[in-house]
Design a protein around this ligand. Structure first.
Ligand SMILES: C[S@@+](CC[C@H](N)C(=O)[O-])C[C@H]1O[C@@H](n2cnc3c(N)ncnc32)[C@H](O)[C@@H]1O
Length: 216
């Protein structure tokens, strides 16, 4: 059965700001365009429907903001929100974010954000989790020296797994850590994501960390 997804066509409403690439070559050209002339880039991995990216862009710290997300509807919603809020420096790539090692030049990204990655809770599903030592390897390679990786999740066991992986990589140093973001001093700068809103309504604690890329 063929299911038509209306959002496949709707993303065409934001030319230049979104790409559903048909090749790695196309995806790389898109990234090169938004990092041209030394433009500073922050990237959200699995960016969902864009609340976080829009909130981040409104702070105007970097030049450009890129969300990498697989779902068409969420890609569309992100750019729709950017338009509503008058933010013009948000871009979306409909792409598998575990392939970032192929996309970005080494040390070309100022910051990566990973918010509420799917936890794949069942034992047989855990192999689907996107965070792994190989994924961190790609992140560390693409990050600028002194750039950072920020992660939030309500899933404690996944968070501890992520923490172990980060702690065993000498290129990254944990700078901020909380198992309960909402009762920590880090809350002040928090930007709430869509999933975070849902989990907070259910009373979940949010795990949070920031790791800095150290010099080689
Ligand atoms: C639980 S949702 C969280 C969305 C958003 N970050 C938030 O906090 O509201 C996980 C998101 O990651 C996306 N995703 C999962 N695997 C992905 C992958 N390999 N590449 C890109 N996006 C992915 C999903 O489509 C989904 O939007």
């Amino acid at each position: 059965m063929i299911v038509n997804n209306p959002y496949i066509n709707l993303i065409d409403r934001f030319p230049g700001h979104i790409l559903n690439p048909s090749s790695l070559f196309e995806a790389k050209a898109f990234v090169q365009q938004i990092t041209a002339r030394g433009k500073k880039l922050a990237v959200e991995l699995g960016s969902g429907a864009g609340n976080f990216l829009v909130g981040l862009a409104q702070r105007q710290i970097e030049d450009n903001y890129l969300g990498i997300e697989l779902r068409y509807k969420r890609c569309f919603r992100t750019l729709q929100k950017a338009q509503i809020h008058g933010v013009n420096n948000i871009y979306v790539l409909r792409y598998n974010c575990t392939l970032i090692g192929e996309l970005f030049a080494p040390t070309s990204v100022r910051a990566f954000y990973l918010n509420f990655p799917d936890p794949w809770e069942k034992r047989r599903q855990k192999k689907n989790r996107i965070f792994s030592a190989a994924f961190l390897q790609s992140i560390a390679c693409c990050l600028e020296i002194n750039g950072h990786l920020q992660i939030k999740t309500d899933h404690r066991e996944y968070f501890e797994q992520i923490l172990d992986i980060i702690e065993s990589d000498k290129r990254l140093k944990i700078r901020e850590l909380s198992f309960d973001l909402y009762n920590s001093l880090y809350l002040e700068n928090n930007i709430r994501t869509e999933f975070e809103g849902m989990y907070r309504n259910e009373g979940a604690a949010v795990n949070y960390l920031v790791a800095e890329r150290m010099p080689d």
